[in-house]
Design a protein around this ligand. Structure first.
Ligand code: OOG
Ligand code: MG
Length: 255
């Protein structure tokens, strides 16, 4: 199958909300091919009028790597159609088997066309916020290889960003909590993200450049989940909280 054909299959699965079997069981495509397929998957969305708004990192914490059995960080693309406003409603009918995870989001304060060192990267941030990422693998049972998930744009489906707070907050010491219907489900330290969430931002910038993406001023970067992801059900209140960054929530519904 050509990269175009695989991209069409993945995009159609997302569009029709129908899971497909894992594609790369026989090592039919490399990680490099997988990023090319991802680009084509997202181009199909852009052709339908969606606009790029940023990028995301995945598998940046041990908790996520252990849950998914995948060992390397991954990078994917976000579009405006994926964004849900804070305290908004997530209609589960638009997805296959959505899961939620608590994250930290960065907003970039200028165009980034060169790699940045971790000591300097705060200078390129306009704000930091809590986020909830909704992931929805297009593969049955969320089962995939590293190449599969990269081709599937890293399971990206939707996200909610809380209020943007000062870039000078001590987010290296945050503890993020995931609450569903006022019950604490998981918690994880921000330092679980590569030892320091700013390191994930540095890698997001580097991987963007490697993939020919220049992050524009205002771009959003999701740094990766600090806990395992949790399946969503209808009529839930989902909330992420932390000491310095406050909280962000959303409500689920179904037909
Ligand atoms: C892939 C997406 C991983 C994260 O934050 O680690 C991710 C998946 O688990 O389906 O978004
Ligand atoms: Mg994530």
């Amino acid at each position: 199958m050509s990269p175009e054909e695989i991209a069409r299959i993945l995009d159609t699965a997302a569009y029709q909300k129908k899971a497909i079997s894992q594609l790369n069981l026989q090592d039919t495509f490399s990680l490099k091919n997988a990023y090319e397929i991802q680009r084509k998957v997202v181009e199909r969305r852009l052709d339908r009028g969606e606009i790029p708004v940023g990028v995301k990192m995945g598998f940046t914490s041990d908790a996520k790597r252990a849950q998914m059995g995948v060992g390397d960080v991954i990078w994917g693309r976000l579009t405006n159609q994926m964004e849900i406003k804070a305290s908004g409603t997530l209609n589960l009918d638009g997805f296959i088997h959505p899961r939620v995870e608590p994250e930290i989001a960065f907003q970039i304060n200028q165009k980034l066309d060169h790699p940045i060192h971790v000591e300097d990267v705060r200078d390129f941030v306009s704000g930091i916020a809590l986020a909830l990422e909704i992931i929805d693998s297009r593969y049955e049972n969320f089962k995939f290889s590293l190449e599969d998930v990269v081709a599937d744009n890293c399971s990206s489906a939707a996200f909610v960003i809380g209020d943007w707070e000062s870039k000078d907050l001590l987010i290296e010491e945050e503890e993020l909590e995931l609450w569903i219907d006022n019950q604490l489900i998981h918690k994880g330290a921000s330092s679980a993200i590569m030892g320091n969430p700013f390191q994930s931002l540095v890698d997001a910038i580097r991987l963007s450049l490697d993939n020919g993406v220049v992050l524009e001023k205002g771009s959003i970067v999701l740094a990766g989940a600090v806990t395992p992801a949790v399946y969503l059900k209808a009529d839930q209140k989902v909330e992420c909280t932390s000491r310095f960054l406050g909280s962000v929530d959303l409500y689920t519904q179904s037909r």
